[in-house]
Design a protein around this ligand. Structure first.
Ligand SMILES: [Zn+2]
Length: 230
């Protein structure tokens, strides 16, 4: 009887230690995934900055840790060209800070709502790229004048000027993203939002959008771009 009792205690202790190690492993895995995505975010943000898709402390970028509700986003007042762990905030889908820098970008709420609306979105960027912003400043959609730009600019939308961080701006951008085809939302006198399936898809898409804005501007000097079937 005493042996049975000891056996029961031993089984109980083993079960407890295995649960504890599972929790520990889960926590470790979460930490590893966060680190991988923070490193990727810092690397891709540097490339955005090097390509002049934004300047100074303008613009922001975020990534969703796949399979979670954790979003890593640039902190406010920081430059995409020199991010580090201390300049990143982790927020949830409600836009609440759950870890890291306590002051996320002013547009973090827009990022959070886009992720909660679209499961397919893994990364979001808001850029102040010169040619795209010029089209937005004159209130015109970037025309898809090349075959490469047709897909990224499918469903492109433009919203009126609203103050940064205002509920009106959040509402207008989020409303534009209700169209599932829309990857790019231009903001008058401000810049544009771009979404991608991951950070690299986002980077390549943003580059094509800005390059197309430049080509379309050059076309204006030469004549009317030819129509084509895609
Ligand atoms: Zn901005």
């Amino acid at each position: 009887m005493r042996y049975l009792f000891l056996l029961a205690i031993l089984t109980f202790l083993l079960a407890c230690s295995s649960t504890r190690s599972e929790i520990k492993t889960e926590g470790k895995e979460e930490e590893v995934q966060d680190k991988i995505h923070k490193d990727q975010l810092i690397e891709v943000a540097e490339r955005f900055y090097a390509r002049e898709l934004t300047s100074g402390t303008g613009g922001d970028i975020s990534v969703r840790v796949p399979g979670t509700e954790r979003i890593i986003v640039k902190a406010t007042g920081t430059c995409l060209g020199d991010l580090d762990y201390g300049k990143l905030s982790t927020i949830n889908l409600k836009g609440e800070v759950i870890e890291g820098n306590p002051a996320p970008s002013h547009e973090a709420d827009i990022h959070a709502v886009i992720y909660s609306m679209r499961d397919t979105v893994g990364a979001v960027m808001h850029m102040h790229a010169p040619y795209s912003t010029a089209w937005a400043a004159v209130g015109e959609l970037i025309p898809a004048v090349t075959q490469q730009s047709v897909n990224p600019l499918r469903g492109v939308a433009i919203v009126p000027y609203y103050r940064v961080g205002s509920p009106e701006l959040i509402e207008a951008v989020v409303e534009a993203y209700r169209n599932p085809e829309t990857s790019v939302v231009m903001m008058e006198n401000h810049g544009a939002f771009v979404v991608g399936s991951d950070l690299y898809d986002l980077l390549y898409k943003a580059e094509v959008v800005e390059n197309t804005a430049r080509i379309a501007w050059l076309c204006k000097a030469l004549g009317e771009p030819k129509q084509f079937e895609f």
